[in-house]
Design a protein around this ligand. Structure first.
Ligand code: 5GP
Length: 171
């Protein structure tokens, strides 16, 4: 059963605020916005449309989860199509949970020599953190619940929900 946690209008307002905060942080520098596939796509699509100034978009595919369990292993399933050396890179994630994926991504992309590398996540579940990671822009901090919608899936379902819901036991 799905129990709504964050309604579409609440998410939309927060993303608009984040875009303003992000642009203020970068000044008038061009930003290479890298969306993490697949979950980060709806958030990224909304974010970039509220981000003023020069923005390029890229996608990075990683695989780390099977069902609701972490496997710990991260691998790149789709790499960036441009060199990020010397660029101001903003990585856009759906959710930071244990932090393992992000920690790996920070190290991997950091090694490519970007001028700066910052992270924006729509959701943060700090209670489950297993490794310390710096997250620069957070949409919402949520409790330790498994959520779907707005890009987030349960075995590839529910990514298209326009809101975020908690998956609870029941019919
Ligand atoms: P981490 O490496 O931080 O544990 O996990 C990050 C990834 O785990 C996310 O990008 C997402 O794919 C998946 N994940 C973590 N928590 C949730 C959740 O509550 N719902 C869904 N659908 N995926 C989650």
């Amino acid at each position: 059963m799905l129990r709504p946690l964050l309604e579409a209008d609440v998410i939309a307002r927060r993303i608009t605020e984040l875009a303003v905060e992000i642009r203020r942080t970068y000044g008038d520098q061009p930003i290479v916005v890298c969306g993490v596939l697949k979950g980060g796509v709806p958030f990224m699509a909304d974010l970039i449309r509220h981000l003023s100034g020069a923005v390029e978009i890229e996608f990075l595919g990683v695989s780390s989860y099977a069902g609701t369990e972490t496997t710990g292993a991260v691998r790149i399933t789709h790499d960036l199509k441009r060199d990020i050396a010397g660029q101001d890179v903003l990585l856009v994630e759906d959710i930071v949970d244990t932090g393992l994926t992000l920690d790996w991504l920070r190290r991997t992309l950091g090694a490519r020599g970007p001028r700066s590398l910052r992270i924006a996540t729509l959701l943060d579940k700090p209670e489950r953190r297993r490794v310390e990671v710096v997250v620069d822009f957070v949409g919402f901090t949520i409790p330790d619940r498994f959520v779907v919608g707005f890009g987030l899936d349960l075995n590839e379902r529910y990514r298209n929900l326009p809101y975020i819901a908690e998956v609870v036991e029941g019919p």
